[in-house]
Design a protein around this ligand. Sequence first.
Ligand SMILES: Cc1cc2nc3c(=O)[nH]c(=O)nc-3n(C[C@H](O)[C@H](O)[C@H](O)COP(=O)(O)OP(=O)(O)OC[C@H]3O[C@@H](n4cnc5c(N)ncnc54)[C@H](O)[C@@H]3O)c2cc1C
Length: 464
Amino acid sequence: MADYDIVIIGGGPGGYVAAIRASQLGFKTAVIEKDQMGGICLNWGCIPTKALLRTSEINHLLHSLDAYGFKAENISFDFKKIIERSRAVANQLASGVRHLMKKNKVTVLEGNAQIKGRLGTDIELTIDGKTTIKASHVILATGARARQLPGLESDGKLIWTYKEAMVPEKMPSSLLVIGSGAIGIEFASFYRLMGAEVTVVEVLETILPVEDKEISAFAKKSFEKQGIKIHTGTTVKSLKKNKDSVTATFESSGKSQELTVDRVILAVGIVANTENLGLEKTKIKVEKGHIVTNEWCATDEPGIYAIGDVASGPWLAHKAMHEGVLCVEKIKGLKSAHPMKTKNIPGCTYSYPQIASVGLTEDAAKALGRDIKVGRFPYIGNGKAIAMGETEGLIKTIFDGKTGELLGAHMIGAEVTELIQGFCLAKTLEATEQEMIETIFPHPTLSEMMHESVLDAFGQVIHM
Ligand SMILES: Cc1cc2nc3c(=O)[nH]c(=O)nc-3n(C[C@H](O)[C@H](O)[C@H](O)COP(=O)(O)OP(=O)(O)OC[C@H]3O[C@@H](n4cnc5c(N)ncnc54)[C@H](O)[C@@H]3O)c2cc1C
């Protein structure tokens, strides 16, 4: 007889959410975690970075006080305290997860878990190579770590990954960020607003390469206005470590240039944690470094599932959590269980300005041969944005011209990471353009721009 109905390897957002839902559904559940409950998201990802970004936003506001009628002199900050606050926020949430495990009667086992083999229909796991436990179902939620570039590896001192970038001993005066995905851009934004000289190098032609091109271009202009230097279509060839600085050589269109900075942040993606899991004893397939699953997160090995960053992308905490729930509900056989609709997963970058999107970009919609209608509404046309002093931004919506289906929404500006869920809900409910047009938005709010963008797509925009 199995010791547990469901054992989850990894206590990050995918794993702990799966555990809570499993327990709610009556499964005897355990989570095995080798490090910190909460995983990357709570300890080294989503949460501590948002604490830092809140600080840099406040710093930006403090330096804009005059516009709001305030006078303040000698504004300064204590960098150590800023980092301590970010760590305290992360610790508070991680301890909250441990409390949730207790409250939901989920057993937390500490140690490194590995698949040992099968015993009939059960799956045997070892913890730290010693204890063996049996489970009817196993969910792999082992997450991912920072990707390294050959020859440009991080050393934790001069060349950082996100981990060191989050807890520096002192504020660097100049930084090179390699990679302009959400993580790279969030660090670039934080350090720039705190006063560092920041350069971003991106090998592709646009920053935030998964975003709609118009939004990427808007973001680039906005970051450059703030003083961030951005080199797209550029490859970093070498990093030479000096005593307390790094000299980078990068190349664009055959031209080479050098830059010496205090520190470098490598933000070039992630590598899934698939090693030493005992996968070779199973039929589980790994492709491009990630575990292959079907739409219910099932792997090719009966009874074993994979969710979150260890499986296919997008590699985001809310995708991991959603998979945790749907996978457990499928195991339970709930009629209401629904497979993941990848095209409905939003993506957010919490920089200043913020960027958020869901669904197809304009280029992707066109490439699919869709006859599209595009709506746009700028922040400068919105009363609340003007009252807030946040007039830089754009909300873009893309509809199927024939069916009225919302294909994508792409936003840049204040609070768009909060606003995007309105479009996510519309996509889940498969709302038509007419239903969105008929929806009453409160005034004065930033959300009115979402309405106006939809109206614009259908030639009915009011405030523009
Ligand atoms: C700097 C940064 C900022 C980010 N910001 C955001 C954001 O704003 N929004 C967003 O949605 N996403 C963000 N992410 C991504 C997000 O953190 C991940 O998508 C999310 O953490 C994935 O969750 P997970 O449960 O799959 O894995 P993880 O959070 O990586 O957790 C996996 C856990 O498994 C444990 N583990 C691994 N192997 C074993 C083993 N063999 N035995 C026992 N335990 C094991 C690990 O110790 C870890 O705790 C960010 C990431 C970074 C790095």
